[in-house]
Design a binder for this molecule. Sequence first.
Ligand code: ADP
Ligand code: ZN
Length: 528
Amino acid sequence: ALSDASPEISDSLQVLHRVFGYSSFRGEQEQIIEQVAGGGDALVLMPTGGGKSLCYQIPALVREGTGIVISPLIALMQDQVDALTALGVRAGFLNSTQDPYERQAVEQAFLADELDLLYLAPERLRTEGTQRLLDRGKVSLFAIDEAHCVAQWGHDFRPDYLALSMLHERWPKVPRIALTATATEATHAEIAKRLGLEDARHFVASFDRPNIQYRIAAKDKPLAQLLELIRSEHDGDAGVVYCLSRASVEKTAAFLVEQGIDAVAYHAGMDARTRAANQARFLREDGVVVVATIAFGMGIDKPDVRFVAHLDLPKSVEGYYQETGRAGRDGEPATAWLAYGLQDVVQQRKLIDGSEGDENHRRSLAAHLDAMLALCETVDCRRVRLLAYFGQSGEPCGNCDTCLTPAESWDGTVAAQKLLSTVWRLARERRQKFGAGQIIDILQGKKTAKVIQFDHDALSVFGVGADLSTGEWRGVVRQLLALGLLAVEGDYGTLVLTDASGEVLGGRRTVQMRKEKAPAASRKKDSG
Ligand code: ADP
Ligand code: ZN
């Protein structure tokens, strides 16, 4: 006999105990499950590792019929279904990796109401055949996983996701739950709009991952820095190392293997078999380090990843947050370490300038990059800045590099003026474009061949910056770029002034800078 308490809740709790073996719900899981099990729509923003899967798996088990899970992660469907099957949940998937016979068996099981969960790739839903199949069976709910893939200017856009707006039109009575670990206000709003979930209940969890220690270091010798991180803090730990290009993935993996570290490579250009084998080793064995492009990791559930290292600057804070979020899903301490240098800024700018799409698109990419640069150059708590980016507030955390070793700041106004006026003088020449290297050589008064060739030793600014080391000058350039007081242009990383540069040159604006942590032997104080 049912008590008059809400039946969904007691059923859900029972399923949590019996099927999944957990004692209690986490965070807002219970309210989310209640909403969907009761036939309502939900939009769930929850960080990686927060426990999104149960939010649709339990309603699917409680409700009659089959829960349809739309996921772009075809490579993981088999694993997900295996894991559910092991728990006694009746699950299947339909995607392009199956032969017609396998597919038919799954379809039969669905039609016979013998499946609790059916995973579908988004492109399958667009076919008339699949839509008719769903009409003939009994659908308990639609779960749209990785829902941020519908956001057009987001970092994982999938055109097939746009078609998911038809779910509600075609099956208006079936509840929908969209889930994502991407949480900016803009993405949130775009998901709601594109999927027609404005009237759904929205659940926004805290995005803080207190066990992750965020650290952003100046890039010096990245491979040696990475090796030092692994040897001194993460010997024998599982980790992910992200690189921008396939070539640097290969190079980095080979380097680590040479150094005796159990590392494997992963990128989209590898043959499918090796790639799958490498992923499987990382997932199933202990202490494997995977070196990968960002193609790796979405949806990967490996709880004991102890570190995520970035050897190149991520394109956006969202990307950074998602990628670092793969560390420490078990709640134990983990490290998110990023090495970033001037060259990263130049390279990313180049990618943006050369990217497809219209001016708006490029502007959006540039805004994302700027936010990432601001996070790198902040003297405040990284976590506070990260959460602020997602519209959430917090206190300085005590578990990030700026909290642990507060960045000293200095008045960089004069240094900025020297640098900006050098850029201005060179721009006036118009003969040739120059990058940061030449400008720093001029400031430091170095008579290199290129300095002599262009008579740059005759400039009035020649040698006026001899009081700062090359590393410090590169820091000045990076910070001016991050502040929008300087910009890079073109293929060779030419430095150019911005509208705001004039405020500094004209003495109307001062510039506080963070001190470079790299040791400089005899460093004179900037005397102003
Ligand atoms: P997400 O999809 O949000 O990244 P998952 O659904 O994969 O997160 O859950 C992350 C981990 O937390 C999984 O190992 C999952 O089994 C576990 N988990 C989820 N909910 C609970 C809970 N209520 N109690 C204990 N463990 C949970
Ligand atoms: Zn902090």
